[in-house]
Design a protein around this ligand. Structure first.
Ligand code: PLP
Length: 395
């Protein structure tokens, strides 16, 4: 009999973390590897935020806090939702966790019974299905094609809803495609969801502030009658280059918020007191970092999309947010190149050219790969040259 639990056997380690780890190992062994797998901004956390953390340490804010967030951080989150999304919440509708990841995990643990279904549009963030499986639920994957801009349509959503549907996850701008839903697209989905009164909506807005070309960000609770059934998740990781600080939060129905806190009280307790103090400054302080950083990302996105589209066999949609592109490599999967799948493509690219990217199948859509352009222009230029020469060598 195995010591490992059945629930753990249902899941796999995160493939994106695996790629990053592989690139790290190859680099340590002396290879000149360019890692385009990591999902984190390469910018440093702004100084005002670091200073708030130092101040908290010096002041002695180094003890346990309220399990689901300090009053100061919850107030800052309430203000953020009002200021940026025109959403009104009270502090008892807010929970703070150790990253958005923990908030999502706790949400599924707190709400899913065996067999409950969660609609997950693909391409999806790699952790959604496994978190659902771990909590005993059933991921219902709905594939969204390149022609659909990798976005869920009302028609597909309607078809996917069953008596067992508990949640539908929306993630805009998306990891891994960078696709952002327009107001109209969200309203079309909302029309379906208003009619299906038992379905809850989990809106993962973690990339809200990484957007380009005047893309207007909307979150479903803000523009529909669904606020009472929506949990809106967000965090400071991507917006303020704070991935290592581990602070995420959510707003929504009081019963769900309370249940999430109950799980946290018996598992990790509060997120780091120092990180919470830093997050207060991130949300309340000067916001100019966001614009500056988005401009730098835009330059990189434009370069990467243009470079990829100049390679025969590769095609790439222009995303309006996040720091990923999701190009197709279908044009290179054939007998002549001896590559059958996106995994073959990604493996060979790493082997031959030392460029680490992640296969599309890890995100639920075959024939694609994900590039994170959250790295320097110098690295990106080198990487694009290598990808081009790799693809040309296949013919
Ligand atoms: N949601 C999406 C779509 C993500 O890409 C990530 C991180 O990669 C998260 C949530 C969780 O971020 P964190 O736990 O750092 O807040």
């Amino acid at each position: 009999m195995s010591i490992i639990s059945d629930s753990l056997k249902r899941i796999k380690p995160s493939p994106t973390i695996a790629v990053t780890q592989k690139a790290r190992e190859l680099r340590a062994a002396g290879n000149d590897v360019i890692g385009l797998g990591a999902g984190e901004p390469d910018f440093d956390t702004p100084n005002n935020i670091k200073n708030a953390a130092i101040k908290a340490i010096k002041k002695g804010d180094t003890k346990y806090t309220a399990v689901d967030g300090t009053p100061a951080l919850k107030k800052a989150v309430v203000r953020k939702f009002k200021r940026e999304n025109n959403l009104n919440y009270s502090t008892d509708q807010i929970t703070v966790g150790t990253g958005g990841k923990q908030v999502l995990y706790n949400t599924f643990m707190a709400t899913l019974n065996k067999g409950d279904e969660v609609i997950i549009p693909a391409p999806f963030w790699v952790s959604y299905p496994d978190m659902v499986l771990l909590a005993g639920g059933k991921p219902k994957i709905v594939k969204c094609t390149e022609q659909e801009g990798f976005k869920l349509t009302a028609k597909k959503l309607k078809k996917a809803i069953s008596k067992k549907t508990k949640w539908v996850i929306l993630n805009s701008p998306s990891n891994p495609t960078g696709a952002g839903y327009t107001k109209k697209e969200i309203q079309n989905l909302a029309k379906v969801l208003v009619r299906n009164k038992k379905v809850y909506i989990l809106s993962d807005d973690i990339y809200e502030h990484v957007k380009y070309d005047n893309f207007n960000f909307f979150t479903i609770a803000q523009i529909s009658k669904l606020k009472e059934r929506t949990l809106t998740m967000n965090g400071v990781s991507k917006s303020y280059a704070m991935t290592g600080w581990r602070i995420g939060y959510a707003a929504g129905p009081k019963d769900i918020i309370k249940a999430i806190g109950k799980i946290q009280s018996q598992s990790t307790s509060n997120p780091s007191s120092i990180s919470q103090a830093a997050a207060v400054e991130a949300l309340n302080g000067n916001q100019s970092f966001i614009k500056k950083r988005s401009n730098a990302f835009k330059e990189r996105r434009d370069f990467v999309v243009k470079s990829l589209n100049s390679i025969k066999g590769i095609s790439c949609l222009q995303p309006n947010g996040a720091f990923y592109v999701f190009p197709s490599c279908k044009g290179l999967l054939n007998k002549k190149t001896k590559l059958k799948t996106d995994t073959d493509f990604v493996k060979k690219l790493l082997e031959k050219k030392n460029v680490a990217v992640v296969q599309g199948s890890a995100f639920g859509l075959d024939g694609y790969f994900r590039i994170s352009y959250a790295t320097s222009m110098k690295n990106l230029k080198k990487a694009m040259d290598r990808i081009k020469s790799f693809c040309e060598s296949l013919k």
